[in-house]
Write a protein that binds this ligand. Structure first.
Ligand code: NAP
Length: 281
């Protein structure tokens, strides 16, 4: 079984991006800039944002974090986004989710200029991805896709099952696999026989949020299994895939932690650089 090392893949991607930033700097005499808006003091959000800032600095991006208290008015956030939309030094804007209840998430997402939407959540980018046009792609599914391609460079004709249909993970993952000519089944909480669906799959991507849902006897020999889940349990962090069981059957599997997680931030940096490159054309 191949253990898909997301830490290593993310480090390689960051090294490539660092070189690319240096080349862009010498060509354009400026570097891509990422601005993150962080609202409130949720610890996980603070940790994510700190890691994003650290990684952005590591590859040579200009990075900035704008912090607001939980009580900030929606209008203040929307005005700041407008300001960042017209700031030429800002290539990418990310508003860290979740937001306090009084702020309309969709309004915030739609306020971001689609050409600076490094999360790929703007309806314009969602539409472009599903139409097969160039777009920002949500970072976690993009990371999964890059890991899958390392194992299976040619995905054409493969059967893929995506477990979970969130806008964040399952749906964009489905679009990416479709684009590669996979035959994709997208499953969710109302799917009748998830085990039977998974048993058909050459590729399984699990993004559910249920600890160890995907069992060893759900996976056919030689399947590539990508575990997006991050679930806190009494035994520590586990994924949506039963690692010990599935590792006995699968051809390749991502661990949790150390699989998809590290790729997510590396892909955010990639998206920022791609937004910058498109803005220079
Ligand atoms: P989400 O928005 O809660 O969506 C979960 C999806 O799973 C829903 O579509 C739901 O179906 C489906 N589902 C629930 N129970 C199911 C079942 N028994 N069988 C099949 N499908 C079922 O979750 P998410 O935001 O996509 O996150 C999923 C997991 O990924 C979480 O553990 C999260 O922490 C993790 N995550 C990891 C990263 C990373 O960087 N590694 C990034 C983001 C999220 P319905 O639509 O029918 O409700």
């Amino acid at each position: 079984m191949i253990l898909i090392d997301g830490k290593k893949a993310a480090a390689e991607l960051r090294a490539d991006l660092k070189q690319e930033v240096a080349q862009l700097k010498s060509k354009h005499n400026k570097v891509p800039g990422l601005t993150v808006i962080l609202i409130g003091d949720l610890t996980p959000s603070q940790i994510y944002v700190r890691n994003k800032e650290k990684s952005a600095n590591e590859v040579g991006l200009k990075s900035e974090v704008i912090k607001y208290p939980d009580s900030v008015e929606e209008k203040t956030v929307l005005e700041k986004i407008q300001e960042l939309n017209s700031d030429e030094t800002v290539s990418g804007i990310l508003v860290q989710l979740p937001l306090p209840k009084h702020i309309d998430k969709q309004k915030v997402i739609e306020a971001i200029d689609p050409s600076k939407d490094v999360d790929g959540f703007h309806p314009m980018n969602v539409g472009n991805l599903s139409s097969g046009y160039e777009s920002s792609i949500p970072c976690t599914p993009l990371g999964c896709y890059l890991l899958i391609k390392k194992i299976e460079p040619n995905l054409s004709g493969k059967k893929a099952v995506v477990v979970g249909r969130s806008n964040l993970n399952g749906k964009p993952m489905t679009q990416l696999l479709l684009k590669e000519n996979c035959t994709v089944t997208i499953t969710h909480s109302k799917t009748k026989d998830l085990k039977a669906e998974c048993l058909e799959a050459d590729i399984i991507v699990a993004a559910v949020g249920i600890p160890e849902l995907v069992r060893g006897d759900w996976v056919k020999k030689d399947a590539v299994v990508i575990d997006v889940g991050i679930n806190k349990t009494d035994d520590g962090i586990v994924g949506d895939v039963h690692f010990d069981e599935v590792s006995k059957n699968a051809k390749a599997l991502t661990p949790v932690p150390g699989g998809v997680g590290p790729m997510t931030i590396a892909c955010l940096l990639k998206n920022t650089i791609d937004c910058f490159k498109r803005s220079q054309i």
